[in-house]
Design a protein around this ligand. Sequence first.
Ligand code: SF4
Length: 330
Amino acid sequence: MARVGIPHTLAYFLYYPFWKTFFEALGHQVVVSSPTTREILDLGVEETVNDACIPIKIYHGHVASLIDKVDYMFCPRLVSVRLHGDFGSETFCPKFLGLPDLIRLTFTKAPPIIDTRIDLKKGKKELESICVEVGSRLGNSSQESQAACKKARQVHRQYLALLRQGTMPPEAMEILLNGAKPASREFPPDGLSIAVVGYPYAIYDPYINVGLLNMLAREKIKIYTQDMLSDKILNREARELPKSMFWYFSNRAVYGGLYYMKKANIDGIIHVTAFACGPDAMVDRLLEIEARRHNKPYLSISIDEHTGESGVRTRIEAFVDMLRYRRDKA
Ligand code: SF4
């Protein structure tokens, strides 16, 4: 049995249930790093070049925190996660594409890195081939890996179903993987609804965004994200734009934002954007222009390692006050 390390960031928020199920079905132990902390960020900042975006710095911190605890580090090269065509010829940002190389060159004493290329646009059978390759690195047979892949796919479908029902990823994982009960939440009938869009690792990591979702939840605001929308809905939004962007997560944020802007029950849109993110420079501008066109209040929150809770809280409170005032005036 091998101990396989999975960093608690980046693709973790959408694909952890799949890979945890897969590795455990093969008889291995999954070691996930703790949720992001100041120590993890500091470790990452120490190891990364200055101009990297904060998510990549944090990823390095998570890897550093796992190095002595695992036999393998799972750091696949994410190229595409969908069959070509639905979202155009999209891929992941260059930092994602080069992540295994960055980690290998940064951590020369790291355990072997499982850096299998994930490029699902190659065809419907590709995921199974990828699983067989990953399994073979851990000494598992093709048959074992195929069976584990099937099981992981089922769990992934259940996970997506929970997200589509409006459950946030951390809670959906607790329900699915640890048998937790769904939390019951009540919202005032005249309460606000806000769509929060952005990269999963920016929205769902409370350290990186200084607890933005909790701030909204405390105000009894109903929160929507792009991950609650089906691919069918996102694809419909994609078709309304003359051109898609190249990056998968960016496209999801844009299409999700565009969808919610047209909804009368959504009072405002918040875009959580990472400072020094090239793709986000376009995503943010596009969302801002479209929000203006749809007369939908829009707030952009930029995060980096110096982002402070009080600054974000002040902006959120002002935005929420403005939405309430607007609602009262209508
Ligand atoms: S999309 Fe932006 S925030 Fe995400 S890893 Fe790439 S550069 Fe960083």
